[in-house]
Each structure stands twice: as C-alpha cells, then as structure tokens.
Design a protein around this ligand. Sequence first.
Ligand code: PEP
Length: 252
Amino acid sequence: MRRPVLAANWKMHKTAREAEAFADAFLPRVARIDDVEIVLAPPFTALAALARRLAGSRVALAGQNVNPEKQGAFTGEVSPPMLVEVGCAFCIVGHSERRALYGESDALVAAKARALLEHGIRPIVCVGETLEQREQGRTAAVVGAQLRASLASVPAERAAELVVAYEPVWAIGTGRTATPELAQEVHALIRARLGEQFGAAADRIPIQYGGSVKPENAAGLLAQKDIDGALVGGASLEAESFARIVRAGGAP
Ligand code: PEP
C-alpha cells in the first residue's frame, strides 16, 4: 500500500560536478530496483546538473528547503516554481538543522508544506525530539505537537502526497541510531496522530526514519511495520553505501 521512500539528504555537500559523478556511479547500482521511491536532495547549485543526469531514470530530485512565497524580495531564497522548473518532485522541510540553526518555526514549516503541495511537489516533513526531551519522557508530546502544527495547513484531500520523516535529533549525524523497536514505537504514534488529523489517508503516508542510517542497520529499521523508508545524511554521500541502503528497502 505504501511505497518506501529512500531519500539522500546531502546537506551542504557536493558541487554540481561531484553530484554528476555520484549519479554516474549510483544509477547502474539501483537500475533494477523498482519497488521503492529513490530521491536525491543535493544543494540548490547541483539541482540542474543532477536533473540532466537523472533524466530517464527512476530516481527523483528534491530540494532541501524552500520559501513559501512564489517570488519577491527574499535574498538567498528559492521558491516552489523554481524547484518545479528544475525538476524537483520532493522537497525536505522542517529539518532539525533548519529548525535549530535558522530558527524555523512549525508555522513556517506548515506554510512551506502547503506552498509545495500547491505546486505539485511532495513535502518531506521532518519531526523529532532532542535528547533532553526524550530523557524527560516528552517524546510523544513533542513529536505530536510538531506534527500537528507543521501539517496544520495541509488540506485532508492532499494528505496522501505527504512524506513524514521521524528524525530523533540525538541520532542525526551522531552515529547513534534508534533501535528498530524504539523507532517503530514513535512511527506508530505518528501514524495514529496522522489518522486523527487526516483519517484513512494516514495509511498512505510514508513515514521515513532518519538518524545515522547506514547499510548495516537499514534492513532492521526498514523491516518495521510503520517504517516506510529512510532519510539518510552521511551514508548517502557515497554511491555504493546509499545503493546498499536502497536495496535494503526494496524487495528481498
Ligand atoms: C539527516 O540529515 O537527515 C540525517 C538523518 O543525517 P545522518 O544520516 O547523517 O544522521
């Protein structure tokens, strides 16, 4: 019912030339996998070059961020129509690095998600608790509140186009991964909250896990009932490493 979505978040890594070299090495490695969605999110400067390399493949392109406005005096920003024109089918919003380093609020994330949907781009909406919040036993409350507020502007009839990424902040880039059981517990909670907000469409929304996913731990995480893919940072920068993670999400 839900196709797993395996997405590479390259953050501020790879020039356009480096992105092309990645595609040349990566595409043959995943050419025969057709039961998952594969997504690459390079920096903005590599989108056009990567789009040309990915043409004719099943690998989709994503932005790492967007401004909700169509155009205007917003120095340094990129709009949804710009992402559409360059070939993005997805865009990450609300990544914890943007929330923590650039002060992005749930309300801004909600505006971005809505703007993306209006332009036919599937938002990958990130939520997740900090270590402190987890240790205080507040994971369910924090993730539930982030989810509700970040998806507040999404019309129910468009909910099936969403992707949600559960990324515990303490697991991002730290090498410390949530166990499959611990991740599944939060994913089940997210699914229940999505059900309260969107009804039956919740069953169609892929929920990715993110946080130090590697070839060695991907299969265990992806085998969980409510884990429908992964958002991968560090381990997506090398073609064979990300291809192995993609294969872990595909049919055995
Ligand atoms: C991320 O940035 O979304 C992420 C999960 O990073 P990493 O895989 O490096 O922990």
